[in-house]
Design a protein around this ligand. Sequence first.
Ligand SMILES: Nc1ncnc2c1ncn2[C@@H]1O[C@H](COP(=O)(O)OP(=O)(O)O)[C@@H](O)[C@H]1O
Ligand SMILES: O=P(O)(O)OC[C@H](O)CO
Length: 504
Amino acid sequence: MSDSYVLAIDNGTTSTRAIVFDRMGNKCGTGQLETTQIFPHSGWVEHDPQEIWANTKKVIEFAVEDAGVKPEQIRAIGITNQRETTVIWDKETGLPLYNAIVWQDTRTQQLVDRLAANADGSFDFNKLKEKTGLPLASYFSATKIMWIFENVPHARKLAAHNKLAFGTIDSWLLWNLTGVHATDVTNASRTLLMNLHTLEWDAELLRFFDIPQEILPEIKSSSEIYGISQEVLPGVPVSGILGDQQAATFGQAAFSSGEAKNTYGTGNFLIFNTGHDIVHSRNGLLTTVAYKLGEQPPNYALEGSIAVTGSLIQWLRDNLGIISSASEIEELAASVEDNGGAYFVPAFSGLFAPHWRPDARGVIVGLTRYVNKAHIARAALEAVAFQTREVLDATNADTGLPLKEVRVDGGMIANNLLMQFQADILGVPVVRPVIAETTALGAAYAAGLAVGYWQSTDELRSLWQEQSRWEPRFSEEERSRRLRVWNKAVEKSLNWVDIDSPQN
Ligand SMILES: Nc1ncnc2c1ncn2[C@@H]1O[C@H](COP(=O)(O)OP(=O)(O)O)[C@@H](O)[C@H]1O
Ligand SMILES: O=P(O)(O)OC[C@H](O)CO
């Protein structure tokens, strides 16, 4: 029994969790509540920020109770969050101007096209990539902020009177917990507004997107005291913030250059730590900040972001009804020997890494009378693994340092069939740590380091332990054949959205 603990808040796309950890990184108590997914139109995905805050307060209470500890035994709070998801609120009333526009939302594609057309030819797009490490895409926060300004009456006027605050979910939670308007470098690096070199908001980018600097949070490191919690766990410092994928990297102890992890949540995100170097991808990966501890120099990373993986399983459950819970997919998929010739490319938000094709849409190909729902379930799981293979190939090509094994985490790794197929299709082992809640753990680590609960990343590294390992079983020939068919399926998903497509 420890005498003190660290609590992490993990707001993923699907749910909000709070987890209490002890000094060994053991999970001592958990609280979790699902987030309502709001789909007002095709391509739109929203969350209610007030629901997220209300759920956060509840899950903190649940977790502390579940751990059987006293609130005063919590030494620090860490926050980790779905990244890019955009909230703008009124600083006087504390009320959001509009629902949170979620990272998967593609409503701003027309805005992106308008910016890309670069009407007056004055903007150099190479500079955007060089400064931010990101392509111009609806995924990131900048065009989501623009959309709110263009569609919510009075937003500009309120901003002009310095009454508005923008934030990703970390900032929204920090504001509600402490009254401080700040974010960390990892979250800021997903907005298209932060310069990776200076780690500051970039005036030229703010002009390009027509976003007033006054609404932006202060950019801080990932591990320092940002403020003191007021309403829940009063008096406890909030001292760690990392975007969820960077938090999982930290929780997997992938602290150094050449170390990587792959997370299977709503989407999949492979992050490869490049140390203090900013590496620009030639193969469709993003460049992002991995973490920054206090005054120390930042670590950067390459990232392969896949929009739809776990959400495909939710779609089979909620939209097609072929399963009644996510975990049922494994039994259904295992009831057949293979995919029956069916391949599923879940390009619901276009294709992210490594393709970056907003014109793609989801397809299931190879259908015959033979194919049944179990084959579709299998094809859906295989799609997760094939997409991961694509980003792993891109990472290997960019770094010239092929990964010898892949450390995994996230909700989908409970699925053994998927993990085995993943190893088969990657051709390298897939490894799961004992503590699979690496996202929350990473935020707890960052918060604990800032208050001296843990002393160093070396100490944290010693806590990582392997639990399971899946070894590849396919021959090289079998792997290559399946990858060729997958590539054909991807081709079929491209060039779908065109002038005849419904406009949102
Ligand atoms: N046994 C399972 N097999 C396949 N997918 C699963 C399984 N359990 C959960 N999932 C998927 O994992 C996702 C939840 O994982 P999680 O890491 O909590 O996501 P997030 O952090 O994005 O909220 C959901 O999209 C769900 O469909
Ligand atoms: O909700 P997750 O865990 O799939 O993560 C979402 C990502 O942060 C989006 O970039």
